[in-house]
Structure formats: structure tokens, C-alpha cells
Design a protein. Sequence first.
Length: 881
Amino acid sequence: MEVRPGLRVVRGPDWERGNEDGGEGYVGTVVAGGRADGTEDGRHDIATVQWDVGGERHVYRCGAGGKYDLRVIDSAQAGVVHRHLECSGCGSESIAGCVWRCVHCLRYYLCTPCYMKDRHSVWHHFMRIDSPENPRQRTRVRCRYQSGRVGARGVFVGARVVRGRDWRWSDQDGGAGREGTVVEVCGWQSESSRSVAVVEWRESGLKRKYRLGHKGKVDLQCTVAAGGHCYLDHLPLLGPAFNSSSVPCICAGDRALVEMDIELLKSIHEELGTWEDNLVDPYCHIMLTILLNTHFIWGKVGVVMKIDLDVRNAHLFIDGEVIEFTVILEALKQVEGPDILPDDVVRVIDDMAEVHRLQKDGHGWHDDMALSLGQLGRVKRVTADGAALVYVNGRRWLYHPLCLTSAPGEQPEDEGTEADRPGDIDVLMMKFVQTQPNPELFFRVVANGHADAVADTLKKWPEMANLRHEGVTTLHVAALNGRLNVVRVLLEHKADLSATNVDRNETPLSAASRLNYYHITKLLMDEGSDVNISDVSGNTPLHNTCGLGFSRMVALLLSYRKCNLELRNKIGSTPLYISSQCFKPDITRLLLDAGADVSSICMLSANAVVFAIIKGFFGGVETYIEHDQGVINAIKDTCELNKQSYNGSTPLHLACYRGNIMCVECLVGYGAILETTDLESRSPLQFVLAKRDMKPLSDCTPYMNKFHEYVLGADNRIQDVPVYITVACFLVSEGASLETTSVHGFTALGVCSPEYHSLLKLFARPERRGNYRGSLPRHPPPPLDSNSGVAESPVKNTTPTTGSEATPPEVSVSGGDSNKREESEVESVTGPSCFLCEGPCDISFQPCGHTAMCAECVQSVSVKRCPICKTSIENTIKIKQ
């Protein structure tokens, strides 16, 4: 980040100046910049900083000699502001300072204070945008859960201060050395933000504002510092542009090109054991959801709608339909060309056939739109699904994002601001139409938000409040375009709240909530609109907002006492399951607080906790387990961590089979029984050793990384230890037995490579376990705080369960107890549900004997090897149900 007076900074990676700043995390202000060579030309590579504690000023390197002594903790004080971007955390209409954009959620932005307070999921990765002049230059940072957090100390609310070096306010403080307390930090009118401190002086009780970085001036210094927290490694370096991100900077909402050699991708899928011509494979490594303009994806440009957190599943929107699609990250290339942002100048593409095809499937086509082809316009608003409301040649149209190209530096003939358009052509035409109603013209006026013209029309023709045109009502049009004032007028004239459109069977409330129009949704709810009406997919507004990650909207819907949390869509999912499937722990917590039933069974025959484990939603697992004890006790029978399915598998079996190390660690730490076996007498340890495929340690907790180092040093004869062996040693050290024998006659050592036998036996020794616990105390991953979702403190040590201490729960497999069995069904580790369609498995692969797919999928997909053990398939046997 360029050197600017007013920037708030902390020490950086090349710091060599001891504690002259006050210590790690202590904050100072840039008061001047310069060049190390003494010249005035070029970018500044040194900066003078005044520290909050002590008030001393020193000069530091900001790129001089390739060294960076400082990081920027906040740039709002220097006047950096991203207009037209709303903070999804605090609701601020513009974001001052750096913007933090969620990689996984569609157009989810946070300001620096919200980001450092752990708003949104701490499991999601973010992109940092430093400059409003170049919003496409972004730096990817690690997820906050895996990053170190330090205290930020300085002139913040609660700090005690005295006058500083730039003081010019006489004796407002009561005299030199007199203390006051900071009661607020705010901005200096519209020039800068968080650049002024409001101080209450102890002697006089006066409250006055003082500069804290405004134009590089600092009137105060700390005697007792206060503050919050920050993620040091996420902050930009102070100096010439420096981007340390080595991964593709792709976020939900970006345009991307699917570009990869198809033979290479096919070989990757065949290595995984499955291949289909349309690449539907639930087990590819890195997947994204893309809004494409065609069913034929190769070489086509799309808009990324969602990036999955655990890189397992993706939901691909193609021509308005949702299908399952999988693509590895290397197959995706970010397309040159900017995101569409409010106030951008854009040009409508001139291919009428393409525009017509894109518009008719989602955002509507009107014959008059043909006049806008190839024309310049200015973006007024961008909706949650990426569509842009553009003013072109005196008309406003809602365009599919692929209909537009950026036109920087060009100027449209008509800017289209409402302030300088009191005589809008549609309004003028409406005034001249006095003899009979004109439905098409009326819809234009509604869409453009002319509330007065709408009111005048309805006085003459009240029936037009419920006018329907091309499958939608006037209230739908107003809600879809975010016209709050028009919605009010229509409601005053008795517009039908329960009317549904033809294409999606949506009510106006469903449409407004799906597009995150908070105030319109609230108004419709206050007027009595039913929040439980389902659309064509069976989704209620609560389903849609949970899947899109609109936590504020979810909270609004839940505030309605008649909101039904247990309604299921057409595939059997409740809002709680959708929040787990889309990795939204903050929304999961809202639903649990509202009384969502964790014990209800989803289409996979799993309760919510098991479903979260199946999906690898570790944040959700923590949220369920750490939730209010009253809720846990109420669902004790169905939320039990050691509950077995009809084939004997437990959640720990599933976590081991899925290769999710964090979930394994969590379950063991909370008391999962290690010696429970399935109906084939296989323990979770055997699944780990047989699978030999785990997520990388970079995705694990710091504890498991330290344990891996401990395993590496346990036996000098072994130079390298695979991740799955580390997990196996972890289970053995917690009490898992090496002697458990499956019905096939294999023990844990029998399915493990002989070179690691000695290492596993080493951790199985009781005295070795004692040494291990003494050198590296065991605790499960820290829980999520119920308010912020931040890990605060470790959970108390859990005594490991040994085979002699634990008795596996009884499992009924007889026909006489079928109802009870159905209620406890979870997805089988070996595949009671098909890998591809998730239907019941009825095919056994030979010679390995695994059941992982249904007959229909086996016939339609060329499977050469068993997806479980990778053994070549010689024959298949139909299993009688």
C-alpha cells in the first residue's frame, strides 16, 4: 500500500527496532513519507511514524532495500473509501479503509473493524482489496480460524490519553499532563473515517474531538492503551504495491473461464475412480459453482456463484437450472475484464441473439431492449445474483452480467441520475395517457421507482395495483427492482401479497428476500405476507436466504413468530441442513437459537450433526456440540456422537472415511468411542489405514500440525510420515486398539504398510502415551464462541476411551424394529447411498466386495476401479434389497 499521511500502522515482517513502538500489535500513525535516497521523484519508500504509546516519532523502511518494517492496520484515516460497497457486517453504505471480500459467498464484503471482530464465518477465506482506484487488484489471505490473532493496542475506545505533539487546543484538557478517556472514534465529516477521537477529560468532564490521523496529525498520545484484535499476517505491507498471494484470486461473483486440457482432467477423474462425460463427480478435489451462459462449459465464460469451503460439492447454475458439477481449481482461469460495480460505465454487447437468450431465462426480455444493443450506459445497482441495473439512453434495464462489458474512460450521453431527470419520458407519457390504462407503460414506471406517478395512476385505476403482465404483478416488479416507496404505494392500494409469478411461483416477499432487499422484506412481513410459501423448488424465503448467506435477512425472517423452521423443500432439506451444506455457521447458530430441530432426519437419513460431518462442515459440528445445553439435552438420543447407523457405522467412522482430520480430532476430543465397530467389525482406525487419503495438514488445526512433528521425531528410522499415518498414531495414542479384527480377518496392522508397524506399536504402548501427553497436552479444537464464532479457549481435557472402558451401543437390524432402524439411518461408510445420486446402493463390486453405487449409475458411468479401495473391478453382483 502506498505511503499516505494518516495511515494507522503496526510493526511488519522486517522489524528490527526492538520495542520502540511499544510492543507487537501497538499502533502508530504515518505523519510523513519520503525517499531513502533523498530525491523527491518516485514513490515513497520510507515513512515517519508517531506511535500512540509514548508519542515518539521515528523513520522506517517501506520498501527501501526490499525491507518492509510496517503493516497497515487501517487506511480509513487517510481518506481511503470504497463507495457503492456496503458492509455486510455492520450495514455501512460505503466501506472506509480496506475491503475484505469473502471468497465463498456471493458479493459478501466486510469493513476492517467487522473483519477483525470475526464477523461472518472464520472458516471462510477472504480477498483483501486495498485501493478503490483498482478494485480488481486483490490479495488472498488465509481463513481466520487458521491464522494467529494478536491484540491491537493504542488510541482506541477506553484508552487513557494526554495531549500529544500536534496539540493546538490550549488548555481544553485542563493543562499539560492531564488525562482523559477516549469514549468514541469517528470520522472528520466526509474527508476521512475513524480519524478523530472523542475524549472526555477527567478534570473538567468536557468532551471534545481531536485528530487521530486526519491529514497526518495526531493530537493525542496514550498513557494506558486499549484496543481489540487484528490478524497481522492479513494486513498489507506499507510501501510499493506488494502482493504475496500465490493462488488464483477468484471470488464468488467473478467471471471465469473453464480452461483445461480435457484429457488431463479425465485422467484426474479416472485416478479418483469415477468419470462422466459431463464431469459429475462428487469427489474431485477443488470445486466451484459457476453461472455459465451455456450447457457446454469448455472454453466458455461464466460467473462464479459460490466456492465451497470443504471443496467437496458445487451447485452449478446453468440456464436457470441447478445441476451438480465438479471442476478442479486448475481448470479455472479468471477472465480479463472487471467485475460490474455500481457507477461503472458499461457497454451492452451487440449480439441480439445472445442477449435475448441470456435475458429470457432470468432477467426478462423486452423488445425495446434491442435499442440498447452496443450502447453505453451507467450501472446504478448490482443485485445479489450479479445482475446489473443499467441506465441506457433514457431507459433502465436489468441486464444479465454477461450482457455487459466494461467501458472505462468512456462517457454515456445520458447519465440517468434521478435528480436531473424530473421529466423522465415514461412519467411524461403517463401524464398524457388519460383516457385508458397502459399496462406496459405502468410497469416501466413501477420498475423505475416513480412513486408519485404510480400513486396518480392508481387513483384513476385502482385495479392496476394487482395488474399482471408477462407472468408477474406490479408488486413483484417493485420488489425485484428494490423500489421501497413504490411498494408502499402499492400496499396502500391493496396489492395482493400472496400473488405468485409464473416462472418461479414466488411471492413478492420471496423475491425481495432472495435479492437481499431488507427493508422491502420487512415492510411486506409487517403487512402480513406469509413467510412460509414455497416456490417451484419447494424453497421458502428462509431456505433461499440460508443458502445465499444473508444472515441479517435470516434473522429478520426468524423474528416472525409464524416462521416455520422445519419445512422441507422438494429434495427434503430444511433451512438448517441448507446452512450446513453451504457452510454458514453464523446462520446455523441463528436457526438453533430460534429452535430448529437438530434431531430431524434429512434425505440422507442423517441428523444435523451427522450431516455436518458428512459434508465436512467442521464449524457446524462445533456449533451444534457447543450450543446451549438445554438444546443438547432435548435431542440427546439423536445427537449422540456415538450413535450407530443400521450398518453399525458411527460419525467417527464417517469422519475417518471422509478424510476430514479436523472432524476426527473434534469427535475424539468430545468423547467419541474409538472401539465401536460396524457390522463388518471394522474400527475407525482401520478405515484411516485402508483409505490412505487425508486432507493436507495445511487444512488442519495447529495442534495436529504439532502432533505431526512429534510423530516425525518418534522413530529415527522413518524419514517421512504420510498424513494418514499421523492420524492413525493420533487415534492409537487416544486408545484405539491395533488388535480389533474385522469379519474378513484383518487387524489394523493387517491393512497398514509394514514399514509403519513399529511406529503404530510405539504409540500403543501405555508408557509412550504417558510421555506423549506430558510433552504435548491433548485438547480438542477450541470451541466457537456463541456470539462471535471466534475460538477463545480450549475445551477441557477429555479422557480417551479404551476398548475395555467402552461398550458399543446395541444396533437392531431385525425386521421387527424397522421403524427405529429407519430413524437412526445415516449414510453408510461403504455406501448405503450411491456416491453419485445418493440413492440406495444395490451393486457389490468384485473381488473387493464393496457396495458404493446403484445399478443405474453403474450402467451410465464407466467405473474401472472401486471408489473405496481403488481395486480394479472384475465383476458386479446385484444385491437383493
